[in-house]
Design a binder for this molecule. Structure first.
Ligand code: 5RP
Length: 219
């Protein structure tokens, strides 16, 4: 099974967590794009969605699903999103698509966070994928100096501006053995908007597509 087929299988398997008549949260990325495609057949059961990016909003609207303001929608029963890495405890690295801040807001608002991915995203220790950090532009150099002190090598994702007007630093070379502590530490640095570690609020369910079909992990 190639990576796209694996992502598609995971996306399809997430449909069973939909609650007809309830607004859901929808993330960002190629795996989520397969999920949005699959939602088209269920659009009459979906009163609306809160989306983590302008890109996903456009795709949702194109299939006839209303995109709602997060403030108006209130608590959500379900959030479906992809990940760049997950460990076996379902702590995630996210933000490869630069949508980490809105993703974290929606994950926090959701009762159940279902993460969909292909098998290659499951790792023993997080950090092979560079850890994204969204920063206020004027803080970029200062935050980068602080991140070096953590033993990582921050690289500015030059040219990328998030939907919130922020910039992204990707931290290379970390082996993240305590994701909850690292998330809290990085979030304390002034100028950091969000770190793409989803550890305090991790996924509740991880659906992985792979050569042997789909499997579901819980922490
Ligand atoms: C976007 C994300 C995505 O969920 C992550 O990058 C995974 O993307 P893909 O499904 O394309 O592999 O965090 O900010």
């Amino acid at each position: 099974m190639d990576a796209n087929s694996a992502k598609k299988a995971a996306a399809q398997a997430a449909l069973k967590y939909l609650s007809p008549g309830e607004v859901l949260g929808v993330g960002t990325g190629s795996t989520v794009n397969f999920f949005i495609d699959a939602l088209a057949a269920h659009r009459d059961d979906i009163p609306g969605a809160v989306s983590s990016s302008e890109a996903s909003s456009a795709r949702l609207k194109a299939i006839g699903i209303a995109v709602l303001d997060a403030n108006a929608a209130g608590p959500l029963s379900l959030y479906v999103d992809g990940a760049d890495e997950s460990d076996h405890g379902l702590h995630l690295i996210k933000g490869g698509g630069a949508a980490l801040t809105r993703e974290k807001i929606i994950a926090e608002a959701a009762r159940t966070f279902v993460c969909i991915a292909d098998e290659s995203k499951l790792v023993r220790v997080l950090g092979r994928f560079p850890l994204p950090v969204e920063v206020i532009p004027m803080a970029r150099s200062m935050v980068a100096r602080e991140l070096v002190k953590l033993g990582g090598e921050p690289v500015w994702r030059e040219g990328v501006v998030t939907d919130n007007g922020g910039w992204i630093l990707d931290i290379h070379g970390l082996a993240i053995t305590d994701p909850v502590a690292l998330e809290a530490h990085i979030n304390q640095i002034p100028g950091v908007v969000t770190v793409g570690l989803f550890a305090r609020r991790k996924a509740d369910i991880l659906i992985l597509g792979g050569a042997n079909g789909v499997r579901t992990l819980t922490p």
